[in-house]
Design a protein around this ligand. Structure first.
Ligand code: UDX
Ligand code: UDX
Length: 463
């Protein structure tokens, strides 16, 4: 059986669905792509004329939207209609960790996935390929299958084929990751469906990069890829603490270690801990599965990756308090960067959240500058109440954030933080002025010449 896909519907217009569909639409002009979402405001923002107002910031995305929107990429809330018209449906909805009930704090809340499956079952027609894009616990496809099976019947000739096609894009580089992927992974058990999806990717991806496997291996590969990446960060962060105590330098250690081809240079930058919507959630999920199958030792092994991540954040807060003479009460700290990494406006699990909350708890005044995160988001993340409302402000320039502050803490490696104007800052900050660099972006010698006291993460020579 051959199936040429002409109409795609993607449910979930978020950080994954948005860029992924923009790249598919741009590379496949003969396919109509409908991106749908239950959130009306999000869809409205995707349809904004002013491309600076798109709901997510991602380098290169607005150019693609300009090229494809209204041509073969459409954003709407008409979920049912778009499902009915589609030959292929991507599920790209969020899958948060459960907050209540069995598995709370570890297992994934599948309620959105289930409701999507039911909607697809109800409204689709004929032969439909359903593609899991969201990162899901292993064997979720079986749940989707079971639900859809109930809607299949011989009279309407309805049939569903489920594929797992995990997303490996990283925010901030999503468009490039999608245009030039290291690999594309397709898991499935029906050849015609796998081929139909493969043919879409073949419009811009080399055949050798497309891996095909069974659904379970595909789902598991995604979890494990993220767990390995996060593990590298926790490993290097654990060593950053040792470097600080032994007059060694974590950047030099990373470089020397990473030049070993067997290890590789990527993902060895020490920092304030990993954030983002996936790493913690996926590892928690891995731990949950391991425990479920009685692999307690394996679960404990992976749990350490998360424990080190939490410890790194706390360790930074403690270090800053210690350096600022044991108290933050009524001090003013300028926080540079609030997103979980550079080049995104996403703050999910950003280490800045935990660290800033601790600062506020200590009675500190905070002025936060981030080039892309909205003020409302920062206030929402820090759960500002009447008690600490007056202690927080956000600014639209670095200078305003630093005005009259005792210390600067660099939380995110945005490009503009590599070239701070120390002369200007030294004139507007209180003395003694401190810089706490959690991302190794500051020119230490220059900052020192302007009278700054510096703490550079993982750098024993500056402690
Ligand atoms: C999410 C998950 O976090 C990630 O694990 C998964 O791999 C992909 O989906 P992301 O795109 O970053 O990633 O999430 P988010 O930006 O929150 O977008 C999800 C969208 O789905 C939201 O806009 C939400 O409104 C929408 N949604 C959710 C639906 O349209 N229907 C639903 O039933 C539930
Ligand atoms: C990650 C995976 O990289 C991607 O493949 C998957 O699809 C989704 O999850 P993302 O979370 O968007 O992507 O960003 P990533 O670049 O992986 O960064 C995650 C966190 O690790 C960030 O907080 C980042 O600052 C931190 N990090 C990354 C480090 O601290 N050091 C590094 O060397 C690399």
């Amino acid at each position: 059986m051959n199936l040429t896909v002409k109409n795609i519907c993607c449910i979930g217009a978020g950080y994954v669905g948005g860029p992924t569909m923009a790249v598919i639409a741009s590379n496949c002009p003969s396919i109509q792509v409908n991106l749908v979402d239950i959130n009306k405001n999000r869809i409205k923002a995707w349809n904004e004329k002013n491309l600076n107002k798109l709901p997510i910031y991602e380098p290169g995305l607005s150019d693609l939207i300009l090229k494809t929107r209204g041509v073969n990429l459409h954003f709407s809330t008409e979920i049912e209609k778009c499902i009915t018209n589609a030959d292929m449906i991507f599920i790209s909805v969020n899958t948060p960790t459960k907050t209540k009930g069995i598995g709370a704090g570890k297992a994934v809340d599948l309620r959105w996935i289930e409701s999507c499956a039911r909607k697809i079952g109800e409204y689709s027609k004929g032969l439909t390929i359903v593609v899991e894009k969201s990162t899901l616990p292993v064997r979720t496809a079986q749940t989707i299958k079971d639900i859809l099976k109930a809607y299949e019947d011989n009279n309407s000739k309805r049939h569903f084929s489920i594929l797992s096609n995990p997303e490996f894009l990283a925010e901030g580089t999503a468009i490039n990751d999608l245009e030039c992927p290291d690999r594309v992974l397709i898991g499935g058990d029906e050849e015609y469906a796998i081929e139909a999806l493969e043919n879409i990717y073949l419009n811009w991806v080399e055949k050798e990069k497309i891996l095909k496997t069974d659904i379970w291996s595909s789902e598991l590969s995604k979890l494990i890829a993220n767990a390995f990446l996060a593990q590298r960060i926790s490993s290097i962060n654990s060593i950053s603490a040792l470097c600080e105590l032994t007059e060694s330098n974590i950047s030099d250690v990373s470089l020397a270690v990473g030049m070993d081809k067997r290890i590789g240079a990527e993902f060895l930058n020490a920092g304030p801990g990993f954030g983002g919507s996936c790493f913690k959630k996926d590892i928690l999920n891995l731990i949950y599965i391991c425990n479920h199958y009685g692999l307690t030792e394996v679960a404990d092994y992976w749990e350490q990756v998360i424990l080190i991540n939490d410890w790194q954040k706390k360790r930074i807060t403690k270090k800053i308090i210690e350096k600022l003479f044991g108290t933050l009460s009524n001090k003013r700290i300028a926080v540079l960067g609030f997103s979980f990494k550079a080049n995104t406006n996403d703050t999910r699990e950003s280490p800045a959240i935990d660290i800033c909350k601790d600062f506020l708890e200590e009675g500190c005044n905070l002025s936060i500058y981030d080039p892309k995160v909205e003020k409302e988001q920062i206030f929402k993340d820090l759960i500002i109440n009447s008690e600490n409302y007056s202690k927080l402000e956000t600014t639209d320039t670095i200078e305003k954030a630093c005005l009259n502050s005792d210390a600067i803490i660099v939380m995110t490696d945005w490009q503009e933080f590599y070239k701070l104007d120390f002369l200007k800052l030294s004139k507007i900050m209180r003395k003694p002025r401190f810089i706490f660099d959690t991302r190794n972006v500051i020119n230490l010698k220059e900052a020192k010449n302007f009278g700054f006291r510096i703490w550079n993460l993982g750098d024993g020579s500056f402690q």
